[in-house]
Design a binder for this molecule. Structure first.
Ligand code: ASP
Length: 331
């Protein structure tokens, strides 16, 4: 039996053409098939167009409608491939991981650094790898790029123009494509529980990247404007200042008033640990919630998703202590 793959196009460089104002998404999924000279004949591929956007214009509502499209019909397909712009692909991959928890089929995002049809483009190769992964039977949300397969909630875009634009952060690669074909490295682990399609979210969140001398007054401003959760990217292992600009006092005040304040690191690799320095321990004493080794994309989307389940600070804290989809290693 041929594997049935749903191929959803959302735009990005992959399907872009030069326009009056630079590269802009233009190709439909049918045109992508035509340019490729047809899709892999060993697979039964159903092309579909969701939107045609540079991924800078992707919004949380696109995540919701994509998750519904995939999740409501999940038994119809052996796998799903999503063509997506690379700029926000890691956010979409992370949010779909939370919205489609324990999905029994592979959902594989891919895109490219150069448009399909341009000589030297990586588009056709990336799509081929994504389709192979989508036919693998391994449940979960993944990114396929530059012959690597990564867990969706662990990916970040780390380079702007090189073909190896994505990395798996603080987590092993799931697989790669080499001379033996698709090689999945980790042992197949069955989904941890029943498939849960949960698409509620809140986008009333904010990310504060600290810099020396930053005014902690920003907290009050955000709280007054109705923001429901804040993620602070602190220094190094996750430190925040407590002397001249006293962030810890603001974390205490905001936490006591019920606003969840998450704290992690500006460093991309190796995660945060708030228990090492005084600048970290004070955060824990004040009610700050640690995010350990999560990517920024996973923290942002998990916070949005958790706030869709509950607005209570205690519930958000509890959910951030849990490893829902391999997005975090809680020590
Ligand atoms: N600006 C493009 C996008 O994210 C970049 C890409 O796809 O590589 O849609």
């Amino acid at each position: 039996m041929m594997k049935k793959i749903l191929l959803i196009n959302t735009g990005g460089t992959f399907s872009s053409r030069p326009g009056e104002n630079g590269l802009t998404p233009a190709l439909s999924s049918e045109e992508i098939g035509t340019l490729l000279g047809g899709f892999d004949p060993a697979l039964s591929i159903t092309p579909e167009d969701h939107c045609s956007l540079d991924s800078s214009n992707i919004t949380p509502d696109h995540w919701r409608t994509l998750a519904l499209r995939i999740g409501e019909d999940v038994e119809r397909w052996d796998g799903v491939v999503l063509i997506h712009g690379t700029d926000t692909m890691a956010y979409t991959a992370s949010m779909l991981s939370f919205m489609l928890q324990n999905i029994p089929i592979p959902v594989v995002l891919t895109g490219s650094q150069m448009p399909l049809g341009v000589p030297m483009s990586d588009a056709a190769d990336n799509l081929r790898c994504a389709l192979q992964m989508a036919a693998s039977g391994r449940g979960g949300v993944f990114v396929a790029f530059d012959r690597k397969i990564m867990l969706g909630c662990r990916t970040s875009k780390v380079r702007t123009v090189s073909f190896n634009a994505f990395e798996s952060i603080n987590y092993p690669y799931v697989g790669e494509v080499n001379a033996f074909g698709l090689q999945l490295r980790l042992e197949e682990t069955p989904p941890a529980g029943p498939f849960r399609l949960q698409v509620d979210y809140s986008d009333r969140i904010s990310v504060l990247k600290l810099f020396p001398g930053m005014d902690p007054d920003i907290f009050r401003f955000l709280q007054e404007r109705g923001y429901e959760g804040i993620y602070i990217e602190g220094f190094g292992l996750g430190g925040v200042p407590f002397l001249k600009s006293d962030f810890t006092a603001e974390i205490r005040r905001a936490s006591q008033s019920g606003l969840p304040i998450l704290v992690g690191s500006q460093c991309r690799y190796e995660g945060s640990n708030l228990s090492v320095y005084e600048t970290g321990q004070r955060i824990l004493d004040c009610g700050g919630i640690p995010v350990h080794d999560m990517t920024q994309e996973a923290v942002v989307t998990k916070l949005m998703w958790c706030l869709g389940q509950s607005k209570r600070r205690e519930d958000i804290q509890r959910l951030f202590r849990e490893n829902l989809v391999q997005e975090v290693r809680v020590p």
